[in-house]
Ligand binder design. Structure first.
Ligand code: SF4
Length: 129
């Protein structure tokens, strides 16, 4: 899902379209090759990062299931984290699903700023419910 939802500047892949190197359902065909973009080699989605760190993120939050990709936080000034959340094409309201919204509200309540990035690239700050 990340290979569809996110853009990869290094290979001029815009957000919202499948990467030409991806076989949907199987993954990246160049993942073990030198041609793999640096950003892809470094990237771990928030769901996977959290699971790797031992947090009990449910399977329903996995981007392929939730249709939402949450990019790991960037640290802003004063130590505050910012998360960007993108929905898969055709699922613009996926971030409103209870399982996703619970995560978003949890991040906000812990001091993070969460932005919804729309398909057209606009960002909208999600406020506390
Ligand atoms: S190069 Fe591979 S990992 Fe990067 S977006 Fe394309 S398919 Fe995904």
């Amino acid at each position: 899902m990340c290979c569809r939802v996110l853009g990869v500047a290094e290979i001029d892949k815009p957000p919202g379209v499948w990467c030409p190197h991806c076989t949907p359902g199987h993954g990246c065909r160049i993942h073990d090759q030198p041609a793999l973009p640096h950003d892809c080699a470094e990237y771990v989605c928030f769901w996977l990062q959290a699971r790797q760190e031992g947090y009990q993120f449910p399977d329903a939050l996995r981007p392929a299931s939730s249709k939402v990709v949450a990019v790991p936080p960037k640290i802003e000034y004063a130590g505050k984290e910012t998360h960007n959340v993108r929905c898969a094409p055709g699922y613009p309201d996926a971030w409103r699903k209870p399982v996703v919204n619970k995560l978003i509200q949890g991040l906000i309540s812990h001091g993070s700023t969460v932005y919804l990035v729309t398909a057209s690239g606009e960002t909208k700050r999600i406020r506390q419910a």
